[in-house]
Write a protein that binds this ligand. Structure first.
Ligand SMILES: [Zn+2]
Length: 367
């Protein structure tokens, strides 16, 4: 729909006479163009002496690119996208977007290592404009623009209909076609401020969390050196499952007893039920209820928020909520072939084979 006139400017098909009298060439390959303006077909340019079935590869894209630059340079106005950083309710809006008028435009001028399609200037400020016809602005170019800290936008012309009218084409380029910021110095500033706020918040949390972390580490050391206090452990040993308890998962410091005790308490009943043919079910909720009934939870660590938990973990401290500790232990037992996952990460059953072996051992003992 576009051709290059002899003076180098771009012509829309609607502006030229039919046939070779259009006096245009292809801006990509330099071949003379024929304006085909029949009644039936969409009006279009063809390469002279070349059938329509073998069109020039890059002609239409090159022409559209050139036309877009020309329109911007002539009109010196552009609708800019809004500039905002999405961050919760206090969303930062650097620029609401809208029409912007410029003082001058420079086409294809070199700027350091890059050659933007157009640089427009308003007073002392410059804006880089890239037109996307077939290829989006690549990462390397965006990185260079970022390194220079220049404002830059990309206008996407890839979805325009082939037979678009001249007024619609100008309107799409300047106003309606999708456009986005590739870079903006204000975004960097907002980013820096956001990072500063995060660092300050982290510091406050780190200071508040230090005593909690020390207490937790002391609790871990304490429970790991504790003697066994519960009879369930003996039942577990009797069933040759000693390897299934005493597993040091993150969160063991949330309990007041050795990991062997609380893990044996949960596992022993389930294995007993499974060995007698029942469904040996373990749930995190049920397990925590049993542990709480015995007073085996440390109040200080059983009601922490996820944020506090993450802050304690930040230096690698193996902390987790009691429910997650139970789940991590049960998950380990699934890998050991003692339990089978039976729900959304919060329920398990004693593996049939484990229970079967139990029964087998009991029977052989009785014989
Ligand atoms: Zn061509």
């Amino acid at each position: 729909m576009l051709g290059e006139r002899t003076d180098g400017t771009m012509a829309h098909i609607s502006e030229v006479t039919s046939g070779l009298g259009c006096n245009c060439v292809c801006p990509a390959c330099g071949t003379r163009l024929v304006a085909r303006k029949g009644n039936k077909q969409d009006h279009h340019f063809g390469h002279y002496g070349v059938g329509d079935g073998r069109p020039c590869q890059t002609g239409p894209e090159t022409a559209l690119h050139k036309f877009a630059k020309e329109v911007l340079a002539r009109r010196l106005e552009l609708v800019l996208p809004s500039l905002e950083a999405a961050e919760g309710p206090g969303k930062w809006v650097g620029y609401p977007g809208g029409i912007c008028h410029f003082d001058a435009a420079y086409l294809e001028s070199r700027l350091g290592e890059i050659v933007p399609d157009v640089i427009v200037r308003k007073a002392e400020r410059h804006l880089l404009v890239e037109f996307l016809v077939t290829h989006a602005c690549d990462e390397a170019k965006i990185a260079r623009i970022g390194a220079m800290d220049m404002a830059a936008i990309e206008i996407d012309l890839s979805g325009l209909p082939r037979n678009i009218s001249r007024p619609d084409l100008e309107n799409a380029i300047l106003t309606t076609a999708p456009r986005q910021w590739l870079h903006n110095p204000k975004l960097r500033e907002a980013q820096a401020q956001r990072e500063k706020r995060h660092r300050e918040r982290d510091l406050v949390l780190r200071r508040a969390v230090a005593p909690l972390r020390r207490a937790y580490m002391a609790a871990c050391a304490e429970v790991c050196s504790m003697p066994i206090s519960c009879l369930a452990y003996n039942r577990i040993v009797g069933r040759h499952l000693a390897h299934a308890v005493g597993i040091e998962v993150p969160g063991i410091g949330c309990f007041t007893v050795s990991p062997r005790d609380w893990q044996a308490l949960i596992l022993a009943d389930a294995v007993d039920i499974a060995a007698s043919g029942g469904k040996g079910l373990i749930t995190t909720a049920g397990a925590l209820r049993k542990i709480r009934e015995r007073g085996w939870l440390r109040r200080r660590f059983s009601r922490l928020t996820d944020g506090e938990a993450a802050a304690i973990r930040a230096d690698g401290t193996p902390f987790d909520h009691p429910a997650n500790a139970v789940a991590a232990w049960a998950t380990t037992l699934s890998r050991l072939g003692v339990l089978l996952p039976a729900g959304a990460g919060d329920r398990w059953i004693v593996w049939q084979l484990t229970a079967g072996q139990m029964r087998g051992r009991q029977t052989s003992k009785r014989l």
